[in-house]
Design a binder for this molecule. Structure first.
Ligand code: B12
Ligand code: SF4
Length: 520
């Protein structure tokens, strides 16, 4: 039986990484990657596993040196650190295996630094490899012939991770997305037919997370939670029953497509299940660019995208958006149009990026054919796409301007107030309703929300050096207190201020010749 170490390398700072806010929130990382605890659970018993997440602990290379197999996972933004780690492992003569989103789309990237590579899902190929490795007959490349049967997945081994160091935990209900956006590698890897776990699996995982100290916020890491609307509704009904049976111990974040706004029943179920935030790939208000990229589900049908976002907010969920600049049909006016759209849609947190071409996607192939792909792995322009409607420097400057204007403190807190104070978004109504006749539980909940809000607020006031920013954070809390809103909203506002500090700092770092932080 093998002694196995699996490593998740340190992330480079990114929008979602929260790197600059973690010390304000009291955590070391946003959430653990889902692959490591899952791979440990998938292995036949008898193997010995150590999971190392470099985002919350140092890599003990002496420990790695004693292992039979050292596995490394990683996505695009981790590729440089993945290489450094593999070089160190190889320097020590270790046997290395690599899997995950980056190697899946760029198989040759690490060359001989990886003894074995895993392409795509590994639920079948990983146990097969372990068996063949034990017989000294393993191959150098594994790729499953069939997509994973989600109904067979075990409960991930979160017990092997230092869960108290993360802001969030993770759970996956489904994989795959029915749409076909040109730039998307998710459907290349996971396919367009949504595959779901059973309700019983989901509930068993929730039970396990509930037993994990400190876990109360969970990211549902599905590619698109609503890829199969009928099936997800059935699971959500079970999740609601579970929340009610345990007095709503969890709140959720997730990712879904904009057609969610067309299904009132689905939105109501998500809210009832305590899904607070949904990240939606809106990409652009430019309909020609949506056509170009095949994002037809976002095209105007009866009402526009801002109205659809409002419908989701009105149902009781906050919308975060992914926006992309630099489609072929984008002109110089795209920057102002993006800013105006985010403002109108009352989106507080918007991840803006420049169009990037991930290998193996239709976009990547098209750009090669058109001679518009920059082979530089660390382009000073932050993307490997050579745009059509403007030059690269203009795209770079426009991107920075959009980021600066969206995250200017006035603009950011205006959007926040617009959503919570003016439009009156209240995400916690189902939980409040449920706890109405449970005064003690309600007291405990309010006390913990208050403690969290105060903790973050005090940290913001003592650790943020810029007095102007501190003033903005105070004023925003002040406006809220004057309205006499419930403590749930205080907790939201404190977290929003910390998020603002992260993005504001990230933008501040992208000056002069410093590299741009993009999605790629
Ligand atoms: C949920 C999610 C997030 C969450 C959680 C991220 C996290 N830290 O875990 C959030 C929203 C925070 C996020 C953020 C980002 N994400 Co993200 N994310 C996803 C998503 C939708 C699901 C990931 C997931 O948990 N899947 C479930 C697990 C079980 O699947 P898996 O990791 O692929 O593992 C399987 C196999 O790959 C394999 N495997 C994986 N590792 C290994 C290792 C070994 C040794 C072996 C044998 C097998 C193996 O086995 C597993 C079981 O089959 C994916 C899309 C996707 N489906 O991959 C994008 C994705 C991974 N994200 C991506 C990106 C770019 C980012 C950001 C950089 C965006 C940004 N600019 O901020 C940030 C990074 C932030 C950070 N520091 O965490 C890209 C990566 C592109 C690429 N091909 O490398 C993806 C593919 C989406 C996309 N195309 O945009 N993300
Ligand atoms: S909706 Fe999202 S996950 Fe689905 S194909 Fe488009 S970008 Fe990919």
């Amino acid at each position: 039986m093998a002694d196995i170490v699996l490593i998740n390398p340190r992330f480079e700072p990114s929008y979602w990484g929260l790197e600059h806010a973690l010390h304000l929130l009291g955590y070391q990382a946003n959430l653990p990657v889902a692959a490591l605890p899952l791979l440990a659970a998938l292995s036949p018993s008898g193997h010995d596993f150590t999971l190392i997440d470099e985002n919350v602990e140092d890599i003990d290379f002496e420990r790695c040196a004693r292992a039979d197999i050292v596995g490394v996972t990683g996505m695009s933004v981790q590729r440089f650190r993945m290489r450094e780690i593999l070089e160190e492992l190889k320097r020590r003569g270790l046997f290395t295996v690599v899997g995950g989103p980056w190697i899946t789309v760029h198989e040759s990237y690490f060359g001989s630094l990886a003894d074995v590579i895993f392409i795509g899902e590994a639920e079948d190929s990983w146990p097969l490899f372990l068996e063949q490795w034990a017989q000294k007959q393993h191959a150098g490349r594994y790729e499953q012939a069939e997509k994973t049967d989600m109904t067979k997945l075990p409960i991930p081994r979160h017990d092997l991770l230092k869960m108290d160091r993360y802001a969030l935990a993770s759970i996956q209900f489904s994989r795959g997305c029915p749409f076909a956006c040109e730039f998307c590698d998710i459907i290349v890897t996971f396919g367009r037919r949504p595959r779901l776990k059973t309700s019983a699996q989901v509930i068993a995982e929730l039970d396990a997370l509930r037993q994990t100290p400190g876990v109360d916020t969970v990211f549902i890491v599905d590619d698109n939670l609503i890829g199969n609307k009928k099936a997800i509704k059935e699971i959500l009904l079970e999740v609601i029953a579970w929340q009610q049976a345990h007095d709503y111990p969890m709140m959720f974040f997730t990712e879904a497509s904009l057609d969610l706004a067309d299904d009132a029943e689905l939105m109501a179920l998500m809210v009832e299940a305590n899904i607070r935030i949904v990240f939606v790939g809106i990409e652009t208000p430019n309909e020609k660019s949506l056509q170009e990229t095949g994002k037809t589900q976002n095209l105007r049908k009866g009402r526009g995208m801002a109205e659809k976002v409002h419908a989701i907010q009105d149902a009781g969920m906050e919308v975060w958006s992914g926006m992309i600049l630099g489609f072929d049909n984008d002109d110089h006016d795209i920057f102002d149009r993006q800013i105006a759209f985010v403002r109108k849609a009352r989106i507080v947190n918007s991840m803006v990026g420049m169009l990037s071409a991930i290998p193996k996607t239709p976009l990547y192939d098209r750009l090669i054919r058109e001679g518009r792909l920059d082979p530089d792995d660390r382009s000073p322009y932050g993307t490997n796409v050579i745009p059509n409607g403007m030059d690269r420097a203009q795209l770079r400057e426009g991107y920075l301007r959009v980021m600066r204007e969206l995250y200017d403190p006035e603009a950011y807190f205006d959007r926040l107030d617009d959503l919570y104070l003016n439009a009156g978004l209240r995400q916690s109504n189902p939980r409040r309703r449920h706890l109405r006749d449970k005064p003690w539980r309600r007291f405990l909940l309010n006390a913990s929300l208050l403690a969290e809000a105060l903790f973050i607020f005090v940290r913001l006031q003592t650790k943020v050096k810029d007095p102007d920013l501190r003033r903005h954070y105070r004023r925003s809390m002040g406006r809220l207190l004057r309205r006499g809103l419930p403590v749930d909203v205080w907790q939201v506002y404190a977290n929003k201020a910390a998020m603002h500090y992260h993005i504001h700092t990230l933008i501040g770092e992208m000056t002069g010749d410093k590299p741009l932080v993009n999605t790629f």
